[in-house]
Write a protein that binds this ligand. Structure first.
Ligand code: HEM
Length: 269
């Protein structure tokens, strides 16, 4: 049997979502005054709120809570987060330092819970899928144009991870019966409506399956206000196991919806 050894294992980058929650009685004024922007600057992180022509590789983003919806995996740190910071870097030390310093600067007013992952080459995407699903996808836009951010952490079941990669691959394409009629759209076709309007970003745990208490995937999306219904439609299509049998093997954490803001202090205004 073919095994995961044929999948690319190279690490292209590192990323984390810091889920921040105000402690009971925590002094938000003190948290707002913490020098997080200066820390980001010292670490060479550019703000994604204004990504410019080429979205930055070493980056930071700030999101203020709009709401959150629980799902299969109970996770109070995500569900109750008041704010989320995204940090991306080629250097794992940058993520470690940003996370540790943020926790230190905000303690005890704010609790920090870190979800961390790596970026790897895609596993199931050949040339045609690359053209279809990635070359025409929207790239990151300024926060004013696409103010919504959605964090959707998830894992796949042990049954999924027992499957050979070739079988796992089949869930991303449509399947057909003996007469050639489409039986199920699969992941890629079910989500087509999102390609042009949803920015997508996925970090993986650096081992698969992830250990207990960690997620296999940290998925994240950005979109304009007018495209929020498309985000929900695309998620509904993925969760419909008749259209997308892959989701039988998915366990989702909470979906956290935030508003992108331009600077740390704006989280508190
Ligand atoms: C918006 C349109 C979307 C398109 C076109 C799309 C397409 C794809 C494709 C082609 C892959 C395979 C990547 C590879 O080769 O490894 C993939 C993987 C993945 N997608 Fe999507 N996707 C979309 C939306 C979503 C959404 C909304 C979610 C979650 C709510 C999601 C979660 C994932 C996850 C977790 C993986 C990795 C799965 C694995 O490796 O087992 N996707 N997606």
């Amino acid at each position: 049997m073919d095994s995961d050894e044929v999948l690319a294992s190279e690490i292209l980058g590192h990323g984390a979502y810091l889920c921040l929650r105000r402690s009971s009685g925590g002094d938000a004024g003190k948290a707002a005054a913490a020098p997080i922007d200066a820390l980001a600057q010292r670490l060479g992180l550019r703000n994604e709120f204004d990504p410019g022509e080429t979205p930055p590789v070493e980056s930071i983003a700030f999101l203020r809570r709009q709401g959150a919806t629980p799902a299969d995996i109970a996770d109070e740190a995500v569900l109750q987060a008041d704010w989320v910071i995204h940090v991306a870097s080629k250097r794992p030390e940058t993520i470690t330092e940003l996370s540790a310093e943020t926790a230190r600067l905000l303690s005890p007013a704010v609790q920090v819970h870190v979800l961390q992952g790596v970026r790897r080459p895609r596993s199931y995407t050949g040339a045609a899928m690359n053209k279809w699903a990635y070359e025409r996808q929207v790239v990151q836009q300024p926060g004013t144009a696409m103010p919504n951010g959605f964090l959707v952490p998830m894992s796949k079941t042990a049954e999924w991870w027992r499957k050979d990669w070739m079988e796992r691959h089949t869930y991303f394409l449509p399947t057909y019966d003996e007469q050639g009629r489409m039986r199920a759209e699969g992941h890629a076709l079910a989500t087509e409506a999102g390609i042009a309007c949803l920015l997508r970003r996925t970090y993986r745990h650096d081992t698969h399956p992830a250990p207990d208490g960690a997620y296999d995937f940290l998925t994240y999306f950005e979109c304009a206000d007018r495209d929020v219904p498309t985000f929900h439609q695309v998620c509904a299509a993925l969760r419909d196991v008749k259209r997308n049998p892959e989701w039988r093997f998915v366990r989702e954490g909470p979906t956290w919806h935030g508003r992108r803001v331009a600077a740390w202090k704006e989280l508190f205004s």
